[in-house]
Write a protein that binds this ligand. Structure first.
Ligand SMILES: *Cc1c(COP(=O)(O)O)cnc(C)c1O
Length: 403
């Protein structure tokens, strides 16, 4: 069977070059980078080199890099670490309703710890309002945490402007750049962010390794106490192979960024046009231009997203949906709900996220296979019948989402 992977925002395969760079640190160079004897010297140099390379790619100093176990850990460290270090100055945090769960759940946790959190809404395009951000700031605001690019829709937020606003008010600014890194340029000298989260496995590196950029002068209270690793900011013997792989993957992503961008936009444009042309009542979600080049979030009205995904899976196509009916929770995408989509649209949303290995042939295959599937599903939907016969405005029942 064909295998078409269109879920690169969930994870990416490790590039062969990245794998090759990692292997020595799982085999010969197994020493502890903290050891001063012969076994630790090679690993210590590799760790220093990886840190220097990543710092160069981000245009920052190696001391501003903390390696972590994941994007999730970096988000936790940035948010809790800042909240705890600034507690005496205030207890107010500003974020958005469309953040990744690693940010949202951390904020929810801090609310239970006595912090107050403002969740900014988004418009129909998934964009936040800078005026709303400005008016949310109070004397108690200690942290603004807003993602660079949304994982579900690909919508890109104006990080430099947000950082500027934060800086003028002397508020710490963290951005979760997990989806942005490797797809859009990140220069710490111009981005105006104090803290930046990046994850290895979203940019063709290994899983289980992340990074937090901490601008010189910004202070985060450690979450993992231990030895003197990462300048006392994160205990634990380093995952050297993972870190080396991360550095290699990030280097390759930036080296190929322009070329990849063109490739991704070409594929995505064709997919969006092809599906819109062949299937009635489809809607593209998210700002048309201020968007990552690889992400297409499309709603097929009156189709149940999860069923559509299963049909695609049977054809060998891996994509993902906004709603999570399969988990039994009937939980719809918090991002699409915040954008004001109606249930009949957000229940029928599919995220296609392209990557390096995708071809135009993949796209044409989907454009050919999807229309009859959607048509069949709609023909089985009583709501679709009613809509077509009467043009009546009806609501998609929560109960139709039962698998
Ligand atoms: C995947 C992702 C994360 C979590 O990263 P992990 O390394 O999987 O923990 C955080 N934020 C965004 C936007 C993501 O897409």
């Amino acid at each position: 069977m064909k295998q078409i992977y269109l879920d690169h925002n969930a994870t990416t395969p490790i590039l062969p070059e990245v794998f090759d760079a990692m292997v020595p640190y799982l085999k010969e160079e197994w020493g502890n980078p903290s050891s001063i004897h012969w076994a630790g010297r090679g690993p210590r140099k590799a760790l220093d080199d990886a840190r220097e390379k990543v710092a160069e790619l981000l245009n920052c100093s190696p001391v501003e890099i903390i390696f972590t176990s994941s994007g999730s850990e970096s988000d936790n460290l940035a948010i809790k670490g800042t909240a705890y270090s600034k507690k005496s100055k205030g207890n107010h945090i500003i974020t958005t309703k469309v953040e990744h769960p690693a940010v949202l759940s951390t904020c929810k946790y801090l609310e239970r710890e006595g912090f107050e959190v403002t969740y900014l809404g988004v418009d129909a395009d998934g964009m936040i309002s800078l005026d709303e951000l400005k008016s949310a700031i109070t004397d108690k605001t200690i942290l603004i945490t807003i993602m660079m690019a949304n994982n579900e829709t690909g919508v890109i937020f104006p990080i430099e402007e947000i950082g500027q606003i934060a800086r003028e008010r002397k508020i710490v600014f963290h951005t979760d750049a997990v989806q942005g890194a490797g797809k859009i340029a990140i220069d710490t000298k111009t981005l105006n962010a104090d803290l930046i989260t990046i994850s290895g496995h979203k940019l063709y590196g290994p899983k289980g390794v992340g990074l937090l950029y901490v601008k010189r002068g910004a202070r985060v209270v450690p979450l993992i106490h231990g030895g003197h690793h990462e300048r006392n900011r994160r205990g634990g013997t380093e995952d050297l192979a993972g870190i080396v792989g991360f550095a290699k993957a990030f280097e390759i992503a930036l080296r190929d960024m322009k070329k990849e961008e063109e490739h991704l936009i070409e594929l995505r444009t064709r997919l969006e046009e092809g599906l819109s042309e062949k299937i009635p009542h489809v809607k593209l979600n998210g700002h048309k231009d201020k968007r990552l080049p690889n992400t297409a979030n499309i709603s097929f009205e009156f189709v149940e997203g999860e069923s559509l995904l299963l049909s695609l899976d049977m054809l060998g196509v891996a994509a993902s949906s906004g709603s999570a009916c399969t988990s039994g929770s009937l939980e719809a995408s918090h991002v699409l709900i915040a954008m004001g989509l109606t249930p009949e649209l957000y229940h029928g949303s599919i995220r296609f996220s392209f990557g390096r290995s995708n071809t135009m042939e993949d796209v044409e295959f989907i454009i050919e296979k999807m229309p009859p599937i959607v048509e069949r599903m709609r023909s089985m939907s009583p709501l679709w019948d009613v809509k077509n016969q009467t043009g009546a405005k009806i609501t998609f029942s929560e109960k139709s989402c039962t698998n």
